[in-house]
Design a protein around this ligand. Structure first.
Ligand SMILES: [Zn+2]
Length: 133
């Protein structure tokens, strides 16, 4: 999720409060991230936002050593990961260990993470943290 808009404003406001919010649909209770105008599983309306437990597992990861945009020059090297939340939705995120970019050989698919929040380019966003060994 790149920028704040009418769909993501509630999500980013939740981040400021330390909450990882998921949308839940009215018909079947599906949970989704990132936010969308309707449920992407069944097409029904979004009924409410619910707070995720913030736990997940690493599905994939990569070390970024060259910033994709000038705004990220100050952050390289950083690690990006695909994390599956315990509730099911998939999240593309930064990955940290002890508040820093982890060494590549210290990360593996299947490792558990818990989401915290950091300021990136002036916006509070969820960032996954590897559990201590
Ligand atoms: Zn649904």
């Amino acid at each position: 999720m790149k920028t704040r808009d009418h769909l993501s404003a509630t999500f980013f406001d939740g981040c400021v409060e330390g909450k990882f919010l998921l949308q839940q649909c009215s018909a079947k209770g599906h949970l989704q991230y990132p936010p969308g105008p309707v449920c992407r599983h069944c097409g029904s309306a979004i009924a409410q936002w619910v707070e995720a437990a913030r736990d997940g597992t690493v599905e994939a990861f990569s070390l970024v050593q060259r910033a994709p945009l000038p705004a990220f020059d100050a952050y390289v090297p950083y690690m990006v990961a695909v994390v599956k939340l315990s509730e099911g939705p998939i999240v593309e995120t930064w990955l940290r260990r002890d508040g820093r970019t982890p060494e590549l050989d210290k990360v593996a698919v299947g490792q558990p993470v818990t989401f915290g929040f950091e300021q990136v380019n002036g916006q509070t966003v969820p960032v996954a943290a590897l559990h201590q060994a």
